[in-house]
Ligand binder design. Structure first.
Ligand code: GLU
Length: 314
C-alpha cells in the first residue's frame, strides 16, 4: 500500500491560534495512526507578512504540544527548502510550463475595478473574475503594460470538478461559474498560494491534506491544477470550525487567544485534552498527551457539525 504523507502548512503571519493547533493535532494524528510521514511546510510566500521569527515560534509551539515531523521547516528534507519564500525558482518552472501551454494571461484590473465588474459574489465573499482581460490583443497588452504592472491569471475551462472530502462528503464546483480565472502570480511578482500549495503538495508526494473548512472553496481549483501539472491530487479532509462551549462562533477575543497566551494558562496535555474532547476523540476533556491519542484516533469519531470546546474552557 502507498505510504501516507501528510502535512501541516501554516502561514506564519502571527502566533498559532486554537484553530491552527486543532489542525496540527488532527493532521498529525491521522498520519501517525497510519504510520505515515509528516511534513511541516512554512507558507511564508509573502516575506513581509511572514517574518522567520514567527516560523521559528511555530516549530517551538509544535514541540511544546508534543508533535514532531519527518521533514520540513528548519529540519529540511529531500525537496530542498520547506519555506515557500525560498522556493520561488521551483514555482517558476511550473508557472513557465503553464505559460507555454497558453493557460496564462496578464490582468491589469485594479482592486476597485475588480469589485465593480466582478459578479456574482459567492456566499463566502469570494468574487468571480468577470474576464475583463481574458482576450486582450498583444497591442492592448503592450499599451496597458506602460501604465501598470500585471497580475497573471490562469484561464479555467468550462469544467466541473467533483471530489469526496473526507469529512464534508461529496463536493463539486464548476470552474467557470463558481471559481473563475484565478491569480497565479501577483503584480508584485509573488507567486500565489494556489500555485505554491499545489506544486508543494505535488512534489512532496502529499497523499492527505487536512486543513480548516475555510479552504474548502479552494479545493476544486487545486485538484484541477494538480492534474494539469501531472500530479495525483491528495485526499482532502476539511475539518469543522471550532466553537465555544455553547456552540457559538468563538468571539473575537477568544479567537485571538494565541499560543503565547494559551501556553501561560494551560499545560500541553490540558490543551490537547480540550481539543481532543471537542473533536470527539475522548469522552472527557481530561489532560492527555498527543502521543496517547494515536491509538484512539479515527476520523469517524469527529462530529458531523462544528466542534465545541468543553465547558469552562475560557
Ligand atoms: N497556509 C494556509 C493557512 O495557514 C493553509 C494552506 C493549506 O493547508 O492548504 O491557512
Amino acid at each position: 500500500m502507498k505510504q501516507v504523507i501528510g502535512r501541516f502548512a501554516p502561514s506564519p503571519s502571527g502566533r498559532m491560534h486554537l484553530g491552527n493547533v486543532l489542525c496540527a493535532l488532527l493532521s498529525w494524528l491521522s498520519v501517525r495512526s497510519q504510520n505515515g510521514s509528516y511534513i511541516l511546510r512554512i507558507e511564508d510566500l509573502d516575506p513581509e507578512r511572514c517574518p522567520r521569527d514567527y516560523a521559528d515560534l511555530i516549530e517551538d509551539d509544535l514541540h511544546w504540544l508534543g508533535l514532531d515531523w519527518d521533514a520540513g521547516a528548519s529540519k529540511g528534507g529531500v525537496d530542498g527548502s520547506y519555506y515557500q519564500s525560498e522556493r520561488t525558482a521551483i514555482y517558476g518552472i511550473y508557472f513557465d510550463q503553464l505559460s507555454e501551454e497558453g493557460y496564462l494571461y496578464p490582468c491589469f484590473c485594479s482592486r476597485a475595478a475588480l469589485h465593480a465588474a466582478s459578479a456574482p459574489h459567492l456566499s463566502d465573499g469570494r468574487v468571480i473574475y468577470a474576464g475583463t482581460c481574458r482576450n486582450l490583443t498583444p497591442e492592448q497588452i503592450a499599451e496597458k503594460r506602460k501604465q501598470r504592472g500585471a497580475a497573471i491569471r490562469i484561464r479555467v475551462p468550462d469544467k466541473t470538478i467533483s471530489f469526496t472530502d473526507g469529512l464534508q462528503g461529496a463536493c463539486e464546483e464548476s470552474l467557470r461559474t463558481e471559481c473563475g480565472d484565478f491569480i497565479l502570480r501577483r503584480s508584485d511578482g509573488v507567486f500565489a498560494y494556489q500555485l505554491a500549495v499545489v506544486v508543494d503538495d505535488g512534489r512532496e508526494g502529499v497523499t492527505e491534506v487536512v486543513r480548516g473548512r475555510d479552504l474548502l472553496g479552494s479545493t476544486a481549483r487545486q485538484i484541477w491544477l494538480h492534474r494539469l501539472l501531472g500530479f495525483t491530487p491528495p485526499q482532502f479532509i476539511h475539518i469543522p470550525l471550532l466553537n465555544d462551549t455553547n456552540g457559538r462562533r468563538l468571539s473575537k477575543r477568544d479567537a485571538d487567544l494565541d499560543l503565547g497566551i494559551l501556553r501561560k494558562r494551560f499545560t500541553p496535555a490540558e490543551l490537547t485534552g480540550a481539543l481532543a474532547y471537542a473533536a470527539g476523540l475522548t469522552p472527557t476533556p481530561m489532560p492527555v498527551r498527543a502521543e496517547e491519542l494515536i491509538s484512539v484516533f479515527s476520523w469517524d469519531k469527529l462530529p458531523a457539525g462544528d466542534l465545541c470546546l468543553p465547558e469552562g474552557f475560557f
